[in-house]
Design a protein around this ligand. Structure first.
Ligand code: ADP
Length: 477
C-alpha cells in the first residue's frame, strides 16, 4: 500500500481510507493509495511552511540549484525503475514511459541551472532615488497534477516552483500517483529538507478541492480539464490566490499543398497517437489543402490501418487508455460522429494479446468532419483524428481558430512568408512550423490562450509565474 509523503515521512491519511490502483492494460487492481482529506492537506501545508521559514529561505540560489541537480542525477539513476512504475500505473508503452522519466530528469537539470540566474532590475527614476526590483518566491505552492504525464508535469511544475524558491504541496491524479511518491522519496534521499516536497494523494473533488481552497497555499498550478480549471480559479479568487492553468486543446495540424508530406506524415500520426491521444497538445484536427486532401487521406489511411494497440509492456504504437470511463468517453464521441454520418477513413487494430478487461481504443481517422460537430470542437483525449479540407490560407486560419481552445498549432508548408503569416495569425500558445512539438523541449515556454488556460510553464519563462515582483524605491538624496 502507498502512503502519503509529508515532511519526508510516509504517512497514512487521516481518513484511513484507500483507493485502488488499476493497471489499464488489464483493468485489475494491484495496489492502493491513500484517499486523503482536508486534514492531510493541513499537515502538508504546515510542513511546507515550516520548511520554507526554517530551511529553504536560508539556502542561496546556488545551493538550491545544487540540490535540484542532485535530484536530476538521482532520477536518472532510477530512470528504469520510475519508467516501470509509470508504465504499469498509466499503461504507457515502454518507449513513452522511458521518455517521461528522462524528461523528468531533464526538467530538474534545466531548473537547477536556472536557480541563480533569476534576478531583478534597476530602474532609472527621479534624481535622488534608486529603484530596484526583486523576484520573490510566492511561498507554498500547490500543484494539482493530471494522470496523462505525471512525471513530465511534476517536473515542469515542481521543478520551476522549487527553482524560484517555493516549497511544494503536490496532489497527483488519483489514477497516477505511484511514480511521484517515489520521486518525493528520492528527493529526501538527496538532501531535500522535510517539508520542501509533500505528496498527498486522493480524489480531486475531495483533497484536490481542499488544496485549492487552503489559505496557506500561495499559488496554484493546475493542469487538467477546463471544467476543473474553472472551479479552481473560482475557489482561488475567493482569496485572490494566483493560478496557472493549463487546460488542454483541440490543436490543428495544417498541411498546405507545398508541404513535404514524407516528413509530415509520421509527425501527424505521432501527434495524435502518442500516449493514446491523451495529450493536452495532441494534434487532434488535421486541416488539409483541398488539392492534396484525397491523396493525403489515402496515405494516412494506410498508416492508420497498420497501427497496433495493446498492453503497455508490448511497447506497440498505442497503449490502453487510463481508465474505463475514459474509454467510454472516447466511444461516446465516436458514436456521436457515427450518428452524424461522419465517415471513418481507417482504424488501427487492437492485438489479440490485449485482455478484454483492459481499456483499449484503436486509433480512428475521421474525414469531412463538420467544424461545429463536438468531435471537432471538444477535447476527446483519445486517438481520434478529425480531417477537414480548407480552400486557402484565410480559410485555414478561420478553421484553425474556430474552437474555444488555443494551445498548440502545427503548420506544414515550404513557403517561408506563409509560415510566418500563419504563425502570427494562429491564436495559440505555441506554433510549430514543419514539425509538431519540437521534441517537447523543456526550454520552450508552454501554455495556452482562450480556454486552454493562462500562464506559462516550462522554460525560463515559468520562473516569472512562480515568483512575484517587489519594487524597492530608495530615496537617498
Ligand atoms: P480528468 O477529467 O481528465 O481526470 P481532471 O481535470 O478531472 O481531469 O483532473 C486533473 C487533476 O485535477 C487531478 O489531479 C484531479 O484529481 C484534480 N481534480 C479534479 N477535480 C478537482 C476539484 N474539484 N478540485 C481540485 N482538483 C480537482
Amino acid at each position: 500500500m502507498q502512503l502519503n509523503y509529508i515532511a519526508n515521512q510516509s504517512v497514512p491519511s487521516a481518513s484511513s481510507q484507500t483507493i485502488d490502483v488499476i493497471d489499464p492494460s488489464d483493468g485489475q487492481a494491484y495496489d492502493q493509495i491513500q484517499r486523503s482529506v482536508a486534514a492531510d492537506i493541513d499537515d502538508a501545508v504546515g510542513a511546507a511552511r515550516h520548511a520554507l521559514d526554517s530551511v529553504w529561505c536560508k539556502l542561496s540560489a546556488a545551493e538550491r540549484g545544487r540540490l535540484l541537480m542532485r535530484l536530476s542525477l538521482k532520477i536518472t539513476e532510477h530512470a528504469q525503475e520510475l519508467a516501470d512504475i509509470e508504465q504499469r500505473d498509466c499503461g504507457k508503452p515502454t518507449k513513452q514511459a522511458r521518455a517521461d522519466a528522462a524528461a523528468l530528469a531533464r526538467y530538474f537539470e534545466f531548473y537547477a541551472g536556472a536557480c541563480d540566474k533569476l534576478h531583478g532590475q534597476t530602474i532609472p527614476y527621479l534624481d535622488g532615488y534608486s529603484v530596484l526590483t526583486w523576484r520573490e518566491a510566492h511561498g507554498v505552492t500547490g500543484h494539482i497534477i493530471p494522470w496523462n504525464y505525471p512525471m513530465q508535469i511534476f517536473g515542469r511544475s515542481v521543478g520551476g516552483a522549487l527553482a524560484a524558491g517555493n516549497v511544494c504541496v503536490v496532489k497527483p491524479a488519483e489514477d497516477a500517483c505511484l511514480s511521484l511518491i517515489r520521486v518525493a522519496q528520492l528527493a529526501a534521499e538527496v538532501g531535500f529538507a522535510p517539508g520542501v516536497i509533500n505528496m498527498v494523494t486522493g480524489y480531486g473533488h475531495e483533497v484536490g478541492a481542499a488544496l485549492a481552497r487552503h489559505r496557506g497555499i500561495d499559488h496554484i498550478s493546475f493542469t487538467g480539464s477546463p471544467r476543473v480549471g474553472t472551479l479552481i480559479q473560482q475557489v482561488a479568487a475567493e482569496r485572490h490566490c494566483p493560478v496557472t492553468l493549463e487546460l488542454g486543446g483541440k490543436s490543428p495540424q495544417i498541411v498546405f499543398a507545398d508541404a513535404d508530406l514524407d516528413a509530415a506524415l509520421p509527425a501527424i500520426i505521432n501527434a495524435i497517437v502518442q500516449n493514446a491521444g491523451q495529450t493536452c497538445s495532441a494534434g487532434s484536427r488535421l486541416l488539409v489543402a483541398q488539392a492534396i486532401y484525397e491523396p493525403l487521406l489515402a496515405r494516412l489511411g494506410t498508416a492508420f490501418e497498420n497501427l497496433r494497440v495493446g498492453p503497455a509492456q508490448l511497447d506497440l504504437d498505442v497503449g490502453p487508455l487510463i481508465r474505463r470511463s475514459q474509454q467510454q468517453r472516447v466511444a461516446d464521441f465516436l458514436d456521436d460522429a457515427h450518428a452524424a454520418g461522419i465517415p471513418i477513413v481507417a482504424e488501427g487494430k487492437v492485438v489479440e494479446q490485449a485482455p478484454p478487461s483492459g481499456f483499449y481504443q484503436a486509433p480512428v481517422l475521421l474525414r469531412d468532419v463538420p467544424v461545429s460537430h463536438r468531435v471537432a470542437q471538444e477535447e476527446v483525449f483519445g486517438p481520434v483524428l478529425c480531417a477537414l479540407p480548407f480552400r486557402d490560407e484565410d480559410h485555414a486560419v478561420e478553421l484553425a481558430n474556430a474552437t474555444q481552445f488555443g494551445l498548440v498549432a502545427g503548420v506544414w508548408s515550404a513557403n517561408g512568408a506563409r509560415q510566418l503569416r500563419m504563425a502570427r495569425r494562429l491564436r495559440s500558445g505555441q506554433v510549430f512550423i514543419n514539425n509538431y512539438g519540437a521534441g517537447g523541449g523543456v526550454e520552450l515556454p508552454f501554455g495556452g490562450v482562450k480556454s486552454s488556460g493562462h500562464g506559462r510553464e516550462k522554460g525560463f519563462e515559468a520562473l516569472f509565474g512562480f515568483t512575484t515582483l517587489k519594487t524597492v524605491a530608495i530615496r537617498h538624496g
